[in-house]
Design a protein around this ligand. Structure first.
Ligand code: SF4
Length: 380
């Protein structure tokens, strides 16, 4: 743990806090969006927001893969189990996200549906191998970080000649979502008041590199700093954003140089490009239909595409009444603005996706920030 501990040192955190307080101009606000749920989690877990001056605010973004999946896609997954009798495999958090009619994959499992939690695509492949008389579908979700293993699984299934394995592909893309947030009327109308700069994702950027953020940093004139997930990473990145804003710059800078390069991971990117291509449009919870913001399986791998194999149709579903997840994901509300927070909605009984995953803003508030006023005020 020595290497990690170095990024949690108390004395360095105090020094960075002093630097930020000294350099932040008291005559202006610094509203900084952490796109990634991992940063939200780190900020609350380590109390980073408590070390900031009052004019440096963290705004939570949509970077939690479980949170942004619309209810309709979970309904589709439930249909696969109930109407097509498949073995549905997915990562743990996904099983608890509420679908229509207060259902969830966990409840479907309790009612006898064959839903299995897996830790990797390799687990799903093994289940397919061991159950050759059943159709096995991997419910693939996530940003650019989890896409390469899905692409590898499809290629492996092809190489092994597995005829009973397919993927329900819900992989989404980060730069398109950030662009959509900056173009949304709520953000545009408030101009630079709402979001002044971005913390770029850590793990996603290890795959795609820092280069894809250069377009919108220039187009929208917002600085981006790729930040690691440890508390000192977040604080150092905050200082870098404050300095850029003070100097009127809007560059893409990389604090997470120990992992992220400008080009990213060429091998992973080319594996994904072999198997997947851009979708024309995809629905995000909170953002609506976002053009070219997700991936679909290419025609030459169609036999492994669950949407084709089972003829999955898109469904129109309303969000849960009273749940503020859509606005929280756009960064215009905070969890405590939701009337259901901590009353009807808790991690044991989540009403919306943001309360399910530990990367969700509501879950982070609930776990670390619900007892103190400072936390309640920390997000504009
Ligand atoms: S507290 Fe629950 S209901 Fe409210 S926004 Fe968060 S997830 Fe949705």
């Amino acid at each position: 743990m020595k290497y990690v501990d170095e990024f949690r040192r108390h004395d360095l955190a105090q020094k960075l806090s002093s630097d930020i307080k000294r350099e932040a101009n008291p005559d202006r606000q610094y509203n900084l969006m952490e796109f990634c749920g991992g940063h939200t989690h780190a900020i609350f877990r380590y109390g980073v927001h408590n070390l900031m001056p009052s004019n440096v605010k963290f705004v939570h973004g949509p970077g939690c893969p479980v949170c942004v999946l619309p209810i309709s896609r979970i309904d589709n997954a439930i249909q696969l189990v109930q109407e097509h009798d498949v073995i549905l495999c997915s990562y743990g958090d996904m099983l608890r996200v509420p679908a229509s009619g207060r259902k969830s994959l966990l409840k479907v499992s309790a009612e006898g549906g064959d839903v299995r939690m897996v830790y990797s695509t390799q687990d799903a492949l093994k289940i397919a191998h061991d159950n050759s008389d059943r159709q096995v579908v991997f419910f693939a979700i996530g940003f650019e970080t989890t896409t390469p293993p899905t692409a590898v699984a499809i290629k492996q299934a092809q190489a092994k000649g597995l005829k009973n394995f397919s993927v329900f592909c819900n992989h989404v893309l980060t730069p398109a979502a950030i662009t959509n947030i900056l173009e949304s009327p709520e953000v545009r109308e408030m101009g630079s008041v709402l979001i002044d700069g971005f913390f770029g994702p850590s793990h996603v950027s290890s795959i795609i590199g820092s280069q894809p953020y250069e377009f919108f940093a220039e187009e929208f004139q917002k600085p981006v700093v790729i930040a690691g997930f440890e508390p000192l990473d977040v604080m150092q990145s905050t200082l870098m954003l404050v300095r850029q804003l003070n100097e009127g710059r809007h560059d893409v800078e990389n604090e997470y140089t120990r992992v992220v390069s400008r080009e990213g991971n060429g091998k992973a990117k080319s594996m994904v490009a072999d198997v997947m291509e851009l979708r024309r449009s995809f629905e995000w919870r909170g953002l609506g239909m976002v053009p070219y913001s997700a991936l679909q399986i290419k025609k030459q791998f169609a036999e492994f595409d669950a949407e084709k194999r089972f003829d999955i149709e898109s469904i129109q579903v309303s969000d849960v009444k009273g749940c503020e997840c859509p606005r929280i994901l756009r960064g215009v509300k905070k969890p405590t603005d939701c009337k259901l927070f901590g009353t009807v909605c808790t991690p044991e009984n989540p009403m919306g996706s943001c309360m399910v995953s530990s990367e969700g803003a509501c879950a982070a508030y609930w776990s670390y920030g619900r007892f103190t006023q400072k936390e309640q005020e920390s997000v504009a």
